[in-house]
Every structure is written in structure tokens, then in C-alpha cells.
Design a protein. Structure first.
Length: 131
């Protein structure tokens, strides 16, 4: 889905110097910290709590010039197999694959319902205009 111009700009801006490295910690804590440092709305989904705490340890050190997208796609996602990243208009959701699939299915259902409603309205309009 499309991200806002503001979010796009923040995502392609290099990380601030104080966000280039982090001592190993629970990635939920690190994501919260990164959100504060970058001003990007990073939302760790509740489904991440299903990942045992000892398997959520993450530490990193990246080169200056690294963007948040690169950090979460190339480092976080590669290290943590169950993690999926979903970009929304004004935020980034970090969740498990299972939760992401469910979210996708729900938004597909909503889209289908909206399309069905639009088609119904269109056919009602046709009936009215043919009288």
C-alpha cells in the first residue's frame, strides 16, 4: 500500500548517528527507540510477543548513510525469520508472518465488500435510470 510523501522521505533519509548501533536488547525495545530517534511511526504488533523473549535479542552496528528501510529489511527481517514488515500510509507495522497474512486477508475482504457494495449501488442506479 502507498506510503505518504512524508513517510517516504523519512524512510529514505539516513539514520541519525545515534541510531546506527544498538547493544543487544529485545527488538521490541529497539523498535520503540528507533521510532523516537527517527520520528517514524514504527508499530510493533502484539503478535511479536509470540516470539519468545530470548529469541527477540537484537544488536546491530550499521554504516553511516544506512536508512531505516535498509535496517529493518536487511538486518531485522533477515535475522528474525518470523518477522514481516507492512508499510501503511503513515506508519510501519512490524508483525509475524501469520499476523501479516491475516491482516492481508482482512484487508482483501474489506476491499471485496467495498467493491460489492459499489457494484450494488451501480446496479440500483441503472434500475432507477431505466424507468
Amino acid at each position: 500500500s502507498k506510503v505518504s510523501p512524508e513517510l517516504h522521505e523519512k524512510l529514505s533519509t539516513p539514520l541519525p548517528a545515534d541510531a546506527l548501533k544498538h547493544e543487544p536488547a529485545d527488538f521490541m525495545v529497539i523498535l520503540d527507540d528507533l521510532a523516537k530517534k527517527t520520528g517514524i511511526n514504527i508499530v510493533p504488533h502484539d503478535s511479536l510477543k509470540e516470539v519468545p523473549k530470548d529469541q527477540r535479542q537484537w544488536g546491530f552496528q550499521v554504516e553511516p548513510g544506512t536508512t531505516l528501510v535498509s535496517l529493518i529489511e536487511d538486518h531485522l527481517k533477515k535475522k528474525f525469520k518470523p518477522v514481516e514488515i507492512v508499510y501503511r500510509y503513515d506508519r510501519i507495522l512490524i508483525l509475524t508472518h501469520k499476523a501479516a497474512a491475516k491482516l492481508q486477508a482482512e484487508s482483501d475482504e474489506k476491499a471485496e465488500a467495498a467493491n460489492a457494495a459499489a457494484e450494488e449501488n451501480a446496479s440500483e442506479a441503472k434500475i432507477e435510470s431505466s424507468e
